[in-house]
Ligand binder design. Sequence first.
Ligand SMILES: N[C@@H](CCC[C@H](N)C(=O)O)C(=O)O
Length: 287
Amino acid sequence: MEIPFTKMHGLGNNYIYIDLFKFTIAEEQLSGLAKSVSDVYTGIGSDGMILIQPSDAADVGMRIFNKDGSEGQSCGNGLRCVAKYAYENGIIQREKFQIETRANTVKAEVNVEAGLVQEVTINMGEPILRRQAIPMMGEDAPQVVAEPFTVGDEKLDVTAVSMGNPHAVFFVNSIDTTPLYELGPVIEKDQRFPDGVNVEFIEVISPRELNFQVWERGSGVTQACGTGACASVVAAVLNGSVQRNEDITVHLAGGDLIIKWDDKGSVWMTGGADVIATGTYFLADNI
Ligand SMILES: N[C@@H](CCC[C@H](N)C(=O)O)C(=O)O
């Protein structure tokens, strides 16, 4: 099968985007297709695959599949790329519109110059803090903030936040020495998180700035994670390191995001989105 695709990235977090306004793929092929296109040796190479599709609930819909073929509920960097694609390809003709994810429907606003989207702001909605809703095992509680969390010999403190998808946030003194590659895959599959979890290590460098590292559920280390940046700012507010209603700059490996958790409860994310390539993927019959 020949599949038209666009490869895009948000701060280096790159996905293969497939436009289902123009093309149809059978549901049972999606997980295998995500693994196939993501493979750096025999596919295109990416952190996963994102579908841009018609929606009954919003102006456009999005589905995200990780590199391992698992489906996530949301993707912050993907949302900015979907907004750029939808605007620049005439799916939407307005600068403000709504995008449906498996988790929720979010509001997007594109900043356009000479017909091209330069930056995208997304109202990501409210974080989910209840333990059972994240989901995290243990006695239900309104919040999981700086809770002791032992992994092997490491004694850490976890703050758990869902942005529609689950995040375990760990504050560290310096991200230069974090055991990201050792602990990331272990915490991702820790039984205390029954659906798995995205793992963030965060260094607070000022009341307005965070350094950020991520091990993503289903994809491993990536250059950036938009929902992870949102979850980290929420976690930093809950731990008293940064203020509500202020713009916080999150420094990710691939660049910066501006995140704000406002007084009304919504988390806002602003950042870039870029097209890398367009082409045709030749899908083998045996996926
Ligand atoms: N990179 C994304 C998140 C993608 C999904 C995640 N790995 C999950 O399984 O929850 C982002 O930018 O938010």
